[in-house]
Design a protein around this ligand. Structure first.
Ligand code: PBG
Length: 325
């Protein structure tokens, strides 16, 4: 009989030993919590496709942020949902658009205790649900990024710390960086949704922001094809060269291979977005009694960090912060 001399189980034998050798520890300080603020609401309203996540009034948003700060989650990604949408999404950049109003109030309340990111896109604001200006049946890239520049300046004027362009238009980061700098906002950063796949995992989010793409359309003409990986690296490299401060990969779990590659090729911080469908799948399986939801949430978020994410956008932020403290 020969017995092994190498015994990896030695390093797994007690909780303290396992903790000593763990390489990845989740922290609430890694998290950015996505939040929705909806015009014309008097109180928060639960999103049916995202149990435990709400559309907020500005007041209930502030309460939610307060609770996150108490859990040590100090960063928020804000999405605005207007009462009225139009063809060009003009409420996205108007001074009294819902996102700008919320940014102003939130910043007046929490100041630098909170790191405030704002999603920068048009789909929540357009009547057709596309992320830009539609001309002759497709989204016009260059007209759209002009509008993105205006949104960036409006959000920066309101006091946001980082803008987060999510529309996947070519040249959007450079256009936004230039618009911010020209408006004396060189201190406002850009978190670029650099690698964003045309994913069916955004389904529950569309309910949250009341977006339906006209004529059964999709975003495959601007978001990336999940059958390609080298293109993702090219997109990340372009955003870096255009002046992004943070590169993001989205969705997270199905693209850990891409996340690891992006992390290896850049010296910028890398974020990953555990999107609405990833959250909803865990919550639904938990509700059905199939899985231990909180345990699965921690396992998946740890995997996302292990693969290379410095920051994680997750709807689980507050819950998991409570679990890991
Ligand atoms: C676009 C945007 C989307 C998400 C974040 N920003 C939707 C889309 O691209 O269709 C998805 C987030 C999620 O699913 O949690 N403004």
């Amino acid at each position: 009989m020969s017995f092994p001399t190498q015994r990896p189980r030695r390093l797994r034998s007690t909780p303290a030993i396992r903790d000593l050798f763990s390489e990845v520890d989740l922290s609430p300080r890694d998290f950015i919590a996505p939040m929705f603020v909806r015009e014309a609401l008097s109180d928060r309203r639960e999103i049916s496709t995202l149990p435990g996540v709400f559309q907020h009034s500005i007041d209930s948003l502030k309460k939610e942020i307060e609770e996150h700060l108490q859990s040590d989650v100090r960063a928020v990604m804000l999405f605005g949902i207007p009462e009225i949408k139009d063809a060009n999404g003009s409420a996205a950049w108007s001074e009294d658009g819902i996102a700008q109003l919320a940014i102003r109030e939130v910043k007046a309340t929490f100041g630098s205790d909170l790191v405030l990111f704002a999603d920068l896109c048009l789909d929540e604001y357009t009547s057709h649900g596309h992320c830009g200006v539609v001309e002759r049946g497709s989204v016009d890239n260059d007209k759209t990024i002009e509008l993105y520049g205006k949104i960036a300046v409006a959000q920066a004027d309101a006091g946001v710390d980082f803008v987060a362009p999510s529309g996947m238009m070519d040249g959007q980061v450079a256009r936004i960086r230039n618009a911010l700098d020209s408006a004396n906002h060189s201190g406002v950063g850009v978190l670029a949704y650099s690698v964003k796949f045309a994913s069916s995992l955004y389904g529950p989010f569309r309910g949250a922001v009341e977006v339906e793409i006209a004529d059964g359309g999709d975003r495959k003409g601007y978001q990336q094809d999940f059958r390609r990986s080298t293109e993702a690296l090219f997109e990340a490299m372009l955003d870096e060269s255009e002046g992004a401060d943070i590169l993001m990969v989205k969705p997270a779990l199905t693209y850990l291979d891409i996340l690891a590659k992006v992390k290896a090729m850049t010296n910028l911080p890398v974020a990953a977005y555990q999107v609405s469908g990833e959250y909803a799948m865990i919550r639904a399986a938990e509700a059905a009694g199939y899985i231990d939801g909180p345990a699965v949430a921690i396992e998946q978020l740890t995997a996302i960090k292990r693969a290379g994410a410095d920051l994680i956008l997750t709807y689980f932020a507050k819950q998991v912060a409570g679990q890991i403290r």
